[in-house]
Design a protein around this ligand. Sequence first.
Ligand SMILES: Nc1nc2c(c(=O)[nH]1)N[C@H]1C(S)=C(S)[C@@H](COP(=O)(O)O)O[C@H]1N2
Ligand SMILES: [Mo]
Length: 249
Amino acid sequence: MNQKPDTDPAHGAPGGRGTPVGRRVILGMLGLGAAGVATAPYLQRGLESALGAASQKDPTGLTGLLPNGGGFRYYSVAASVPHRDAGSYRLRIDGLVDRPATYTLDRLRALPQRRIVRDVQCVTGWRVPETPFEGVVLSDLLDAAGVRPEARAIRFTCFDGTYSESLTLSQARRDDVLVALRMRDKDIAHAHGGPVRLYVAPMYFYKSAKWLSGITLTREVDPGYWEERGYDTDAWVGRSNGRDDAPTV
Ligand SMILES: Nc1nc2c(c(=O)[nH]1)N[C@H]1C(S)=C(S)[C@@H](COP(=O)(O)O)O[C@H]1N2
Ligand SMILES: [Mo]
């Protein structure tokens, strides 16, 4: 299996060929290319990798097929992500709630768990059939926190320090949205966003924020990382890229 990073199509500007960033890099290199023959081999290599990165729409993501990943690709917009375990992991629920709370991994594990088996679908086209996820139904955590009437949306943050996601409150109240602790019947590995990731079964996988550390109730939707870069905030599978089947939910 190919484990080399930066070889898979990943998220860039949706539907675009390359990105503004990619084009700037290439134009910069073409300009330098006029400097002379002596630097040609270096520039050639640089230009090839810039063109390669741009044509794969991958200006920011570190991607690669995961070893033994069963078709999953590894995505992280952060270059490195700290490891958290039962001793160090914390999940904070705050914002417009009556009872802000901080959960340890053990406390999350002690709550009732739900198992869901659906296809995983990345908006860029790859799909992994019938993947079990297991965890606490997000709605249960919201009940425990006491959502205030003025709350209409949720902002999710991650301990990679960069990624974020959003849901409306009614989306978040669905029973197929989990604070997931297990994936494919194992504790979620670090590469897949462990020890805890969000799992939004009916939506494209970018909604399923890895390395989840914060759940903040807000008045309105604050678009997440990819949503600020052009992807739909309402990411129902089948609605966003026009080529998948309608959701069977
Ligand atoms: N924190 C974080 N969560 C993330 C991402 C990311 O880059 N950072 N990428 C998203 C995208 S686009 C996809 S397809 C899936 C990939 O999950 P995987 O790496 O477990 O295959 O994670 C989603 N959640
Ligand atoms: Mo994705």
